[in-house]
Design a protein. Structure first.
Ligand SMILES: Cc1cc2nc3c(=O)[nH]c(=O)nc-3n(C[C@H](O)[C@H](O)[C@H](O)COP(=O)(O)O)c2cc1C
Ligand code: SF4
Length: 439
């Protein structure tokens, strides 16, 4: 049965980036403009670009793509007066399992992203910007391309924007559907027409990014936050969230809850409150484990229901806020099987550039199949931990590190579930056929 959230919990909802999602046709320029659209751009273009960078620094905005890097600081790294072209690249790849915040934003409110792109490009002195969108997201890409065309026709893009002398070309580029192309340097390689594989850093994109020029790469949610900060001011933005994790955040909830979906609340809300907002757990299901920010973030358990979901709170609980994709599993779900399915994903998506990730994930998938087919041994658990030890911190990019998160955390909290397969108390979930000739 769906439960109704209490009033004090409902008050935790802070629709800022999601505020137009329920307005019919908000993706059209005329409707967007009626709902405050492009007011922030007009205001921003009267300011000095450096003041805009300072405003974003003052707001405390941190990247919404997973790592939480301070956005104003990143913009400030772009060298000025260097005579080179500067680029803004928006990361709209959204591939982290469970994450579903950027695609609905681009579908329901694409102009907010376009407006953010124009303001951010003006701030970092870029005259060309790209939105790199996941290839499968055809509908969102269509809405986005339509919004870009509307913005060109209205004089918000192109030459001499709103008569200010500022020029900006914006290109929407569809990728081919590879998780690794969400990693910012692989994304840049893919955008340049190469195979999407991460680049060695340093040098960093701030000085040697797209076409070896200074580049800012930011997530959709980061850039779409900018118009609100310009209109509302840094103090207003900081009035939401927590001291070090300011502003609202879109949490995507999926799994064993009554009303899965996107819930926007100040950073620091707890899972207990989010589940209440989502109408409670499904009948007959008790929370057992969950991801705070996608499958690359260590699992948490029912003990962690009151952890504040901000960058610091989740780190203190031994995990990572990541993309705030909370996938909720119950006592009827198997953490060993869930981890196996995630590993299949990482193994499939590993780009193959470095040995720890390419080989480690290959072998871990095999070990999981053996355990789940009832043929695992106690040594397999040590082998899994040893393999993770050789992947974590030794991989070329974060994909390898992320793949170890569900393995080590499920072994930490749910070792007994593994032993139950190994010692024959749980019936095998995979048939022995899975062990023969599988890739
Ligand atoms: C394997 C991998 C996949 C990633 N996928 C995404 C993604 O889909 N979207 C995203 O914004 N960031 C993704 N990131 C993080 C980006 O590398 C980068 O940190 C982010 O785009 C920076 O934007 P922000 O500062 O606005 O968060 C990924 C990182 C890794 C290692
Ligand atoms: S960690 Fe994996 S995805 Fe990243 S470079 Fe190495 S093989 Fe490629």
């Amino acid at each position: 049965m769906t439960t109704t959230p209490r009033r004090e919990t409902l008050e935790k909802l802070t629709p800022v980036l999601t505020k137009r999602w329920l307005s019919p046709d908000a993706w059209r320029l005329d409707v967007y403009q009626r709902l405050d659209g492009y007011a922030a751009l007009r205001k921003a273009l009267t300011a000095h670009p450096d003041d805009l960078i300072q405003l974003v620094k003052d707001s405390g905005l941190r990247g919404r793509g997973g790592a939480g890097f301070p956005t104003g600081l990143k913009w400030g790294f772009i060298p000025q007066g260097d005579g080179k072209p500067h680029y803004l690249v928006v990361n709209a790849d959204e591939g982290e399992p469970g994450t579903c915040k950027d695609l609905p934003l681009m579908t329901h409110d694409p102009h907010s992203l376009v407006e953010g792109v124009i303001i951010a490009s003006y701030a970092i002195r870029a005259n060309r910007a790209y939105i790199y969108i996941r290839g499968e997201a055809v509908h969102a890409a269509r809405r986005l391309r339509n919004a870009v065309q509307e913005a060109y026709r209205a004089g918000y893009l192109g030459e001499n924007i709103l008569g200010t002398g500022f020029d900006l070309e914006l290109v929407v580029h569809s990728g081919a559907g590879a998780y690794i192309c969400g990693e910012e340097t692989a994304l840049l390689d893919s955008l340049e027409g190469f195979r999407g594989q991460p680049r060695l850093r340093p040098p960093f994109p701030a000085t040697h990014g797209l076409y070896a020029c200074p580049t800012v790469v930011n997530n959709v949610g980061t850039i779409a936050s900018v118009p609100y900060i310009v209109l509302g001011g840094a103090a207003w933005w900081k009035s939401m969230g927590t001291e070090k994790s300011s502003g609202p955040m879109i949490y995507s909830l999926s799994g064993r809850i009554n009303n899965p979906g996107q819930y926007e609340a100040g950073l620091g809300i707890t899972l207990r409150e989010l589940i209440e907002l989502a109408g409670g757990m499904q009948p007959g299901h008790d929370l057992r484990f969950w991801t705070p920010g996608g499958s690359s973030t260590p699992l948490l358990t029912a003990e962690h229901l009151d952890v504040p979901l901000d960058f610091e709170g989740v780190a203190a609980a031994g995990s990572i806020l990541g993309t705030t994709a909370t996938q909720i599993f119950s006592d009827q779900d198997c953490p060993v099987y869930a981890t196996y399915r995630w590993l299949e994903f990482y193994h499939h998506e590993s780009c193959g550039k470095c040995t720890p990730c390419r080989e480690g994930n290959y072998w871990m998938v095999r070990t999981y199949r053996r355990i789940l087919a009832g043929q695992g041994t106690h040594e397999d658990l040590d082998t899994l931990l040893d393999t993770c030890d050789n992947i974590l911190g030794r991989s070329f990019c974060g994909l390898g590190d992320g793949a170890t998160s569900p393995v080590t955390s499920s072994l930490k909290y749910f070792k007994q579930d593994y032993l139950d397969y190994i010692e024959g108390r749980t019936a095998p979930k995979l048939s022995e056929k899975t062990l023969v000739g599988a890739h």
